[in-house]
Each structure stands twice: as C-alpha cells, then as structure tokens.
Design a protein around this ligand. Sequence first.
Ligand SMILES: [Zn+2]
Ligand SMILES: [Zn+2]
Length: 229
Amino acid sequence: MRSWYTKKGSIVTRVISNKGNVFLVDYRGKKILVDSGHKSMNSILLKTLKDLQVDKLDGLVLTHAHYDHTGNANTIFNRYGCDVFVHKNEVNLIARGINAKGKGTTPAMRLMMFLYGALHLKKMQLDPVNPSIHVDNIYKIKNFGPNTYLMHTPGHSDGSLSFIVDGEIAIVGDILFGASKTSVFPILASDLAMVKWSWKKLLNSGCSFFLPGHGDLIERSKIQKELQG
Ligand SMILES: [Zn+2]
Ligand SMILES: [Zn+2]
C-alpha cells in the first residue's frame, strides 16, 4: 500500500490497486474514499478499510460510471452511510447501475469494443447507489483544505471527475491512463477532443502529479509531452 503526503497535511493512500485503483484521502481525520473498485475486490476492500481503522467515512467520490470504479459503491454506502459525490451527467447512470458509453481509442481497443465491448459493458452491471451530491464544474469539499475540490474532467466519459487534493495531488480516474508505457491517453473515450482539454485543466490546477484509475503515478512532464506530440 502506497501513500503520498501534501504540504498542507493531507494523506492520500492507495488502498486497492488490483483491477482499478481505490484511494483514501485523509485530512486531519476527515476521510473520503475515491472510487470503490471492481466488484470482485469487495471483501478485500472492506477488510483493508477495517485494517486501516476507517470506521467513519465523510464521503465516497465516484470518478465516473464504469463498473471497475463503482463496483462496491452500494456496499460502501451501506457500511458507512456517507455522502456519494457524482458528476451531474452520470447521476442517472449510477443510480440505475448502467455503464457510461465510450469508444476504443487504440486499434486493439476499437476491435475489442467492436467484438465484445458493448455487450461486455452491458453485462458488467454497476453496484447502483443514489448519489447525494451532484457535482457541476467545480465542487469545494467541506472540512478539507481550501484547495481541495472536485473538478469536471470529461473525455473518458461525459461526467468524469477529478479530485484535487490541496492543489498538489490530483486523483483523476480514467482521464489519464497509467497502465501503458507508451501513452497516457485513455483506451476508451466518449470525446477525444475533450480528453486533451481536460488534461490542460488538470495541468492548470498546479498539481505536481496525477494518480490515475489504473497503473501508477503520472508526472506533469509526461502529459505536457503528449499534448505537444
Ligand atoms: Zn473508465
Ligand atoms: Zn477504469
């Protein structure tokens, strides 16, 4: 389990890394979970949170409506009874347990989506939950640092969100892909042009690095290089 610290006193811990990252953000004892992981990680997630002595959560942020991020949303809500933060474009999808649509962005992914994708996304149900907080462009998180907020970063899906922690670390869901050596471009996208527009927003947030929904930390320079190329 890896943790990152901001100068303002927040701790970001990656609690699950298999089949999709789940992060816990702690600021002076206030705790928010970002994403809930794949359904098959259910008992591991609950046990890990128990081991970390998380007995109260102040919120669950769902970066977007894909089954590998919302697979245990209802479980977390039932266990902790916390607020659930979702972008307004994906509230209905998450409440009904439906995956957001997207197209493959690499030849291999396009072929896979063509052959199995739509069916796969239809079959992989989310763990439906009723979001209590509907986020628009920017949403300031109460009781956290002044520079901690949610920001709309569409492109992977229409309602993708990023969680900016103290203006230093961004947890970005799938708008950046960290599991490939060659590119940080997401392998699935609802709007190709919006992806790069959202990357510029993320760079403008001033964060020094980005924690994606899959794979490892991404530096600013990697995004800047791909924006120029
Ligand atoms: Zn996704
Ligand atoms: Zn994902």
